[in-house]
Design a binder for this molecule. Structure first.
Ligand SMILES: NC(=O)c1ccc[n+]([C@@H]2O[C@H](COP(=O)([O-])OP(=O)(O)OC[C@H]3O[C@@H](n4cnc5c(N)ncnc54)[C@H](OP(=O)(O)O)[C@@H]3O)[C@@H](O)[C@H]2O)c1
Length: 175
């Protein structure tokens, strides 16, 4: 009986928590409240000696993130599935080639990269796509799911030992 009540009330509880959290943080008033605590100096930091990895750094949000991290003095690794496009952006970073739609390619990339034995302080998973046609990868997954969900999960999971090596400074961010 207790379990039934719990299962029935959980969606209501989740929806209420979601609304309260949204109201406190994501409304105009919430954002204005947070902005009072914002201090520009907090983001003016140098991160020399830190190793940062950004997937999808060829373009868009990933490229902007990578440029910013590099400008703060970090060693940055850009993960791209396209050697030619990657090369254009790689002037500020060390290009790593990996097709993030394939678990087996992510596994071999992670194992290659792990052999460098460097800590990863920051992992930013930004690679992603929105394919409107039904495309199935050679491993049998729908392409959007393979890159946006599985690829992100596998990359983080397999690089976890390197993130742990960077503790307590490590962090992982997903799109
Ligand atoms: N822009 C926004 O306002 C916004 C808002 C919320 C969420 N997002 C999400 O954030 C992510 C990035 O957005 P964006 O606007 O920066 O997109 P974007 O310019 O299209 O960048 C996506 C990046 O992912 C890479 N990529 C795609 N498929 C890949 C694969 N199989 N293996 C490795 N890399 C792959 C692309 O490389 P190539 O160029 O070589 O294909 C590109 O560098 C997307 O998932 C998007 O849904 C974006």
């Amino acid at each position: 009986m207790g379990l039934c009540v719990n299962l029935e009330t959980r969606p209501t509880w989740r929806a209420s928590a979601f609304r309260v959290c949204g109201y406190l943080n994501l409304t105009r008033n919430g954002l204005l409240e947070h902005s009072k605590k914002f201090q520009f100096e907090h983001i003016q930091i140098r991160i020399e000696g830190k190793h940062c990895m950004v997937t999808g750094a060829n373009s868009g949000v990933g490229s902007a993130t990578a440029e910013d991290l590099a400008s703060r003095g970090a060693t940055f690794y850009m993960v791209s599935h396209n050697k030619e496009k990657g090369k254009i952006q790689s002037s500020t970073g060390l290009l790593q080639i990996c097709h993030l739609s394939s678990i087996s390619k992510i596994k071999s990339f992670a194992s290659r990269f792990s052999s460098k034995d460097v800590p990863v302080h920051v992992l930013v998973n930004i690679s992603g796509l929105m394919e409107h046609k039904q495309v199935t990868t050679s491993e049998g997954f729908e392409l959007n799911f393979a890159v946006n969900v599985l690829g992100t999960y596998a990359t983080t999971e397999l690089l976890l030992p390197l993130l742990e090596k960077a503790a307590p400074d490590h962090c992982s961010l997903d799109q």
